[in-house]
Structures are given as C-alpha cells and as structure tokens.
Design a protein around this ligand. Sequence first.
Ligand code: SAM
Ligand code: SF4
Length: 335
Amino acid sequence: MDAPLSDPFGRTIRYLRVSVTDRCDFRCVYCMAESMTFLPKAEILSLEELDRLCSAFIRLGVEKLRITGGEPLVRRDILSFFRAMGRHLRSGALRELTLTTNGSQLARHAEALREAGVRRVNVSLDTLDPDRFARLTRRGRLDQVLEGIRAARVAGLSVKINAVALKGETEDELWALMAWCAQEGHDLTFIEVMPMGDIGNEMRLDQFLSLRDLRRRIEERLTLIDTPERTGGPARYVRVAETGQRLGFITPLSHNFCESCNRVRLTCTGQLHTCLGQEGSSDLRAALRASGDDAALEEAIRAAIRLKPRGHDFDYSRPGTVGGRISRHMSHTGG
Ligand code: SAM
Ligand code: SF4
C-alpha cells in the first residue's frame, strides 16, 4: 500500500462515505425541500467510475466504506456495486463495507447485501408512530421500514438505528424508541439536526433540539454512564445502567468532534468534501474522466485531502440566527 492519506492537521483518513445517488423515495422535513430537483444522470458517477474511485481510496488506506445517499438502495443495480466492493473485503484491504439507509428497500436487498460482505447497516428511523413517520418523511410508510429491519436481522445483519433529534417530536418519542431498540437489540444513536440545505432558516431553528437537553431529559428517569466505546464514527456512547442498553449521541453542534475526524465524503457527482460543514470541495470526477491513469487520480485525491479544514462552523448559539449554514442538502453530500 502507498503512504496513507493524512491531512495538514495530522489526521489520517481511513473512512470514506460515498453518496451514490441524490435521489430518494422520502422527503424528510429536515433533509429535503418538499419539491426537489434531482441531478441529470450525466452528472452522476457511473457504477464503474464509483468502483475506480473507491478502489483508489482503498489503495490509499481507506479501511471503512459507508454507502449512503440520497437513498442508496433506490439506485438501479446498486447491489452490483456492493458485490464489486466485496472483493476489497476479501483481499483484507477493506475492513468494513456498510450503508446508511432509510430502510424502505431493505426487505428485498438484505440477503444480497449480506452476501456481498455487509455486516452492519444503519437505518434512519425517527419515530415509531405511523402518522408522525408519514409527516416527517412526507411520503414514507413505517410498516415498510419495520419489515426491512426485520429482513435485515433475518439475513444476519446487525442494525443500528439513527434518529435525528427534533424539537417537539423527539422529546416524547424518545421513550418508545429506546424501549423498542432495547427489546430488539438495536443500538440507538441520536443526531443533532445540522443546518444543511435550504429548507428555510425559520424551520431550522424550530427543529433544533440540543442533545445535551435530550440527555438531561433521559437522566431524569435513567442513569447514563459514559463509555469510551467508539465505532469509528463521530458518535459518543453511554450505557443505560438500568438496562445495559447502549445509546449514541452525535453532537456536531453542542460538542464539536472535529479534532478526531478521520472521514471524507464523496458526492454522487464525484466532489470530495473533506468537511461536512464547509462549502469547499475538490472535483475528483474531472480527474477521473480526464484519464485512465490511476496514479494521476491518486495524486488528485492526495491534493484534495491536503485541503481538509480544521472543522465546521455550525453554530446555533446566537439567538435567532443559524451560523455556518451550508447550502448543500444532506442528501447530496450523504449523511
Ligand atoms: N437516505 C438514507 C437515510 O436516510 O438513512 C441515507 C442518506 S441520509 C442523508 C443520512 C442521514 O442523514 C440520515 O440518518 C438522516 O437522518 C441524516 N440527516 C439528513 N438531514 C440531516 C440534517 N439536516 N441534520 C442531521 N442529520 C441529517
Ligand atoms: Fe431521503 Fe435519507 Fe434524506 Fe430522508 S434523510 S430524505 S430518507 S436521504
């Protein structure tokens, strides 16, 4: 292997998140606008281009690949891409191949994902109430997602649930979600909503629920014990003393975790974002399409990593404003 990728702040890049499509069958209120314009097909990297690019990252030391979107499982023939990436697991170059999904298509793909080498999936699920689910996703059906999760378990995949903390929703949803995850044996991670994509400034401030507040709320009923456990991502974990359940908190706003960031993100158009919370990006599609020379591609990747900033500027601390807003939708960069 070549020298690993490292950024100007001494962080080694081992984790690549790849958005394979900007499309989705849901329109979650914190992620997308009600009517979205999706990118023309020519802009999107082909599966062959994605393979070439991901393989270059893996040669440069990336050990963990997370496939996301948009909704990755709505992309046509995406399973062939998972199968192709499986060869890097078998060679030992890649330690983990995983995905983040809304779960709607999981029932029909779970088995094949397992065969391709996937062992864990993150399913985004903010509520167990069918009406609230329909309202938050604008067009999703809860029973379809629950069926997908069941299929994943039957196929032998471990499931982690990610829930975005939303003011006015999560405070009372929390107990049902925690109880269900404990009963089903799913880890549960809460995520602070980030100001990404234009869904209206007003709406963002209405949505934000600090995980510090959520944690305090949980601690009114249960004892939470901090643990040093990490799963390679940004979550910090606690154990619920009474049940042993593990809970994760992803707190980009109330506790900045940039100093240990080992991640970069590739959009479905081949733009490399070295920070989710900054506008800058490098055009790897241009490098990819300019020539078939992998050495030139690897040099373009190294040059992009040299631009990784120290951290994001998201900030809700000044009353009435949202600092550090990013114009991209989360579905474009991939969460
Ligand atoms: N469609 C898939 C899903 O929902 O899991 C994958 C893509 S989605 C963009 C990835 C994650 O980003 C989801 O867990 C979603 O809840 C989260 N997300 C979307 N918009 C967000 C925002 N503005 N702030 C924080 N998390 C967000
Ligand atoms: Fe789709 Fe995921 Fe965004 Fe919801 S969070 S709209 S499921 S991409």
